[in-house]
Design a protein around this ligand. Structure first.
Ligand code: MG
Length: 208
């Protein structure tokens, strides 16, 4: 039985068509390129190869590349004006309000990014709490602890908390704990992978 909802932030609470994540990714590749002394496109290839074994690019940089300035990383990839690509989303607000469960956000981004995004969308008061990458000691999804710490802090239980994310890697991580997860597959990229999936959050009403 569903008693609570745990949402990813980026490309889950807003559309990938916003261009927000594309911009973040460009900044990540610039940052990685500067550290590894590579042009951004080459940095992207190296990063994508390396990050397969980690939850995030930052983790990979820390554990494989000896990087130790996470705050510089966050401020470069999440500049203060970053949420300008997003605007108020009354439909999202209505969808959230139609789901009668307490809700939290679990994100591999820093808190200030999540705050800016939720404020831009106009839904910051619809969530009980935001659990960010610092909360998880910079080791985020799909590590079991990242899910478990957020759920415990929120007073939820894995067996009754449904997790919604746009990345299969994180969906699988929560499933491994015995939790129910739903993939937001806006781009219809994972039709045949056997995930419980939706293309927009409005569909949650039919599944919960
Ligand atoms: Mg996401």
């Amino acid at each position: 039985m569903t008693e609570a909802l745990m949402f990813d932030l980026d490309n889950t609470l807003y559309s990938e068509k916003s261009g927000m994540e594309t911009r973040v990714l460009r900044a990540i590749n610039e940052f990685v390129g500067a550290i590894l002394d590579l042009p951004p496109d080459k940095a992207n290839r190296v990063r994508r190869e390396g990050v397969r074994y980690y939850g995030t690019t930052l983790e990979w940089l820390i554990f494989e590349k000896g990087f130790d300035d996470s705050e510089a990383y966050f401020s470069y990839i999440h500049p203060e004006e970053e949420a300008e690509l997003l605007g108020p989303d009354p439909e999202l607000k209505a969808i959230l309000d139609s789901l009668p469960y307490p809700k939290i956000v679990l994100t591999n981004s820093p808190f200030e990014h999540a705050q800016r995004v939720l404020a831009a969308l106009g839904v910051e008061d619809r969530f009980q709490a935001i659990y960010d990458i610092r909360f998880n000691g910079l080791v985020g999804k799909p590590h079991p602890k990242s899910f478990l710490r957020a759920i415990e802090a929120a007073g939820f239980k894995v067996e009754s908390t449904v997790f919604v994310d746009d990345l299969p890697k994180y969906i699988l991580g929560y499933q491994a704990l015995g939790g129910r997860s739903i993939l937001k597959d806006e781009g219809r990229r994972f039709l045949d992978k056997g995930f419980e999936r939706i293309e927009s959050l409005a569909e949650l009403n039919f599944l919960l």
